[in-house]
Structure formats: C-alpha cells, structure tokens
Design a binder for this molecule. Sequence first.
Ligand SMILES: N[C@@H](CCC(=O)N[C@@H](CS)C(=O)NCC(=O)O)C(=O)O
Length: 206
Amino acid sequence: MLQLYFSPMACSLASRIALMEAGLDARYHLVHLWTKTIVDDDSDFRSISPKGAVLVLENGERLTESAAVLQYIADRRPETGLAPPFGDPDRYRLQEWLSFVGAEIHKAFLFPTFWYKDDGSLAKPRARITQTLAVPSAHLAGREFLVGNRFTVADAHLLWALLLLRPAGIDIAQWPSLSAYLERMQARPAVREVIATEMALRKTLG
Ligand SMILES: N[C@@H](CCC(=O)N[C@@H](CS)C(=O)NCC(=O)O)C(=O)O
C-alpha cells in the first residue's frame, strides 16, 4: 500500500488530495515538522527522508518532491485525468505549473515566511509574491482549472499554496480570480474532507 508521510496543512496536503481524488488507499504517517519525528512511534523521520522535509510517498521505493509524487499518484489512475498523458502538450503545462507553485510560491515565499525569523530579510520575497501571484491570477481569469478543462494535480498543488497565503499575511481577495478559484476548489468533496481532517489533526499537535 502507498504510504504518505505528511504534516497537517504542509505541502503534503496536495498529495493527500490527489490520493483522495484518485480513490487510492494509503497509510498516512504524521510527522512532527519541527522535531522531525514520526508521531506513531517517535522514530526519526530523517531515516525515511534525509531531506527532513515532509512529503514522502513510499511504495517499495521512496519518492520525494511534490511535483514527482503528485504525478506518480495521477499516473496510478490515468482514467481520472489527474494528469494529462505523456506526450499530450498539456502534460508539459502541468509540469510547468507544478514547478511554478513549488519554486515560485512555495520555496520563494511560503517557506521563508514560515521558517525564517523576520529580521527584515523577508521584505523582498513579500514584495515579489505580488508579481508572482499575478501570473496564475491572469491565467485563471475565465478558466476553471489550471490545465485543460478538468481538475489536475496542478490544481491540488496551487490550492494548497493559496490556502497558506492568508496565514502568511497575504490576502488573496486582491486577486478576484484566485479567490473565486480557491472557493471552487474548496467546494470539491475530496478537498473539503482533506482540509477538515488535517485542520483537526493540526489542533492535536498543538
Ligand atoms: N521541494 C519539496 C519541499 C518539501 C518541503 O519543504 N516541505 C516542508 C513542509 S511544506 C517541510 O517539511 N519543511 C521542513 C523542513 O524542510 O525542514 C517538495 O515540494 O516536496
């Protein structure tokens, strides 16, 4: 069975959504992000992933990195359309968005905002994120999904990042197409269920 190492509301949320949307069973291992311990047995998460960053999908071998894990999940259930097939031009669009969310929103902005002390050094990422978000905002004006005309794992990734913008101090109401998109995404039963599960777990972690 697939096993996902996750932390509530971390980037692993996108993979949990993808698993739910794909109808795939998985075992979920809660990881404490700060202590790097696996909560089930208090073992060292670094022995699973030396990167120390959550989001590891285990299926005999271990796979890390949202972009890879999300595509792996999608390809387990090609009939769901969670990723366009290889060779379809939209597959590269999907990869384009996965990279954009991972690099330009997650690592360039969310990661430093949540992990580094704000000694003034966050001013530049904070200024740049406005420019960055204008890109999906323009793309989503008049479109329902990021790629093609159905929900894909790129949407799972972007919706997670948008959810974290508010606690990071960015109000997405300034981009009406992004706030409408997030609302649509949150209306999906799988998305609603995953968020409710992880928000409840988050409270138990303190
Ligand atoms: N590039 C990785 C990033 C994974 C990542 O940074 N995860 C965060 C949570 S969203 C984390 O575990 N941070 C703790 C750390 O890096 O020590 C991916 O996309 O999967």
